[in-house]
Design a protein around this ligand. Structure first.
Ligand SMILES: [Zn+2]
Length: 451
């Protein structure tokens, strides 16, 4: 009897472990494959990028200077969460925390450096030397803190069927800022109607174009962006690290396969069974072959070895590199040199306009002072351009209002108003900035005076 009891208990435990495992933690592989099937331009572009990257890697070495990348974070929150910091209308502090973790991981200054939990692959550990900075100019040339906040009636976006709906105004989200100049990160509440675990995030591999370009960028569940505020206690804040790896051309370090939305994806047969061992061979040769996703912590005694690497170009069989950011392990801390070469090649090829973006940005890791996400739906400033008279309607009391000219000289100042018409027609035609401060935050906008 005792034996049977133990046996039953072990079945229950193993079922619980299986339920916790999350085969859809990142949706990139099935999403990319679905796009490849339905979009021949993307398929051609992917093939070109892989071969161009190979040539770049052959002829160049990693950038010596840090590459700064302008980022816009789009917070899509439920309309009932009107206050910043409430529900999925996450705080600026949570956004700063997410950027801090991301920038540590991309500069090899993450807490695991220089003494990681295990040393197996310490000599493979490279430094991407990249920095992600909040944009300070929006696509219209207006000042911004690099964060947009959009209220939606949707409780969540279904990652299985609404993967791109947060990227369009008409489907409850917000349109991308020019993806050739900004890295767009949509942060929202994700759900999964298809079962099989929870999706924390996803990103398309580089190559989208034309009418599909709007999909380019990262989607991350608000509970897995950063580790504080509205973040889940199980968030390591590294979903963005992993998804930017995809965005810059990296695949998972492990072979995966299954059925998603009725079609077999990855390295799977028609029933969705995994049939191979290594799938990250797009110019990355220094990550060992792996399959059977590992979800656990990586500690000094971790010794998974799911494939014989001598079949995949290695002279000896190595352990699985579970500590790689492109794995699913719950602790990860490194990119390899080959992965960094691919990311560099992408930034010098398909994403060169992002690398060379002239968008101004704030790289100090903090959300810019004085630009605190004023809820735009409560504020209307019109007409713009103006002949000189400007109507300002605000649901919130305006504490201070000022207009400065292009060199920063204040030409008009008012305080304690709720709605007003201001007249600055006596000034010369040109570009001005209006700065409106309320208890909810400050809004700055470019105004064009044409007479
Ligand atoms: Zn992934």
């Amino acid at each position: 009897m005792k034996k049977i009891a133990i046996f039953t208990l072990s079945i229950i435990i193993s079922l619980q472990v299986t339920a916790q495992e999350n085969y859809k933690k990142c949706l990139t592989t099935p999403l990319v494959e679905k796009e490849l099937i339905g979009n021949s331009d993307y398929a051609k572009s992917r093939a070109n990028i892989i071969s161009e990257n190979k040539i770049w890697i052959k002829n160049n070495s990693k950038e010596k200077n840090i590459i700064n990348i302008p980022v816009v974070v789009h917070i899509i929150h439920r309309n009932t969460y009107t206050q910043i910091g409430q529900g999925n209308n996450i705080s600026n502090a949570q956004i700063e925390d997410a950027l801090k973790i991301l920038n540590e991981d991309y500069s090899k200054t993450n807490p695991e450096h220089p003494t990681p939990p295990r040393n197996t692959f310490i000599n493979y550990w490279g430094n991407p030397d990249m920095k992600f900075c909040l944009a300070t100019t929006d696509p219209d040339g207006n000042p911004t803190n690099g964060i947009t906040r959009t209220s939606t009636t949707k409780l969540s976006f279904d990652a299985d069927t609404e993967s791109n709906e947060m990227k369009r105004v008409w489907s409850g989200g917000i349109d991308a800022w020019d993806p050739s100049k900004y890295l767009n990160i949509w942060v929202c509440n994700l759900s999964n109607s298809g079962g099989g675990g929870m999706t924390l995030g996803y990103a398309y591999l580089p190559g989208l174009s034309g009418s599909n370009l709007y999909k380019d960028g990262l989607v991350i569940d608000y509970q897995y962006f950063g580790t504080i505020g509205g973040a889940s206690s199980s968030s390591d804040g590294r979903t963005a690290t992993h998804e930017i790896g995809h965005y810059l051309g990296l695949n998972h370090t492990f072979a995966e396969g299954g059925i998603w939305n009725g079609f077999p994806y990855g390295c799977a047969d028609s029933q969705g069974n995994l049939i191979c061992c290594d799938n990250d061979n797009d110019n990355v040769d220094d990550t060992p072959a792996a399959k059977d996703i590992y979800f656990g912590n990586v500690i000094s005694s971790t010794n998974n070895n799911t494939c014989d690497d001598t079949f995949y170009g290695f002279s000896t069989d190595l352990l699985d590199m579970d500590e790689n950011f492109m794995s699913y392990a719950s602790t990860a801390w490194m990119f390899t040199d080959d992965q960094i070469n691919v990311m560099n090649a992408t930034l010098n090829g398909y994403r060169s306009s992002l690398k060379n973006s002239t968008v101004s940005m704030n790289c100090d890791g903090s959300v810019g002072t004085g630009l605190n996400n004023y809820q735009l739906e409560n504020l209307n400033i019109y007409p713009n351009p103006t002949l000189g008279k400007l109507n300002i309607v605000s649901a919130d009391k305006i504490n201070t209002l000022s207009i400065t000219n292009i060199i920063g000289k204040e030409i008009l100042f008012a305080k304690d108003i709720s709605a007003n018409t201001i007249d600055f027609s006596s000034y010369e035609s040109g570009v001005y900035f209006i700065n409106i401060s309320t208890d909810k935050g400050t809004h700055i906008e470019k105004i064009i005076l044409t007479k």
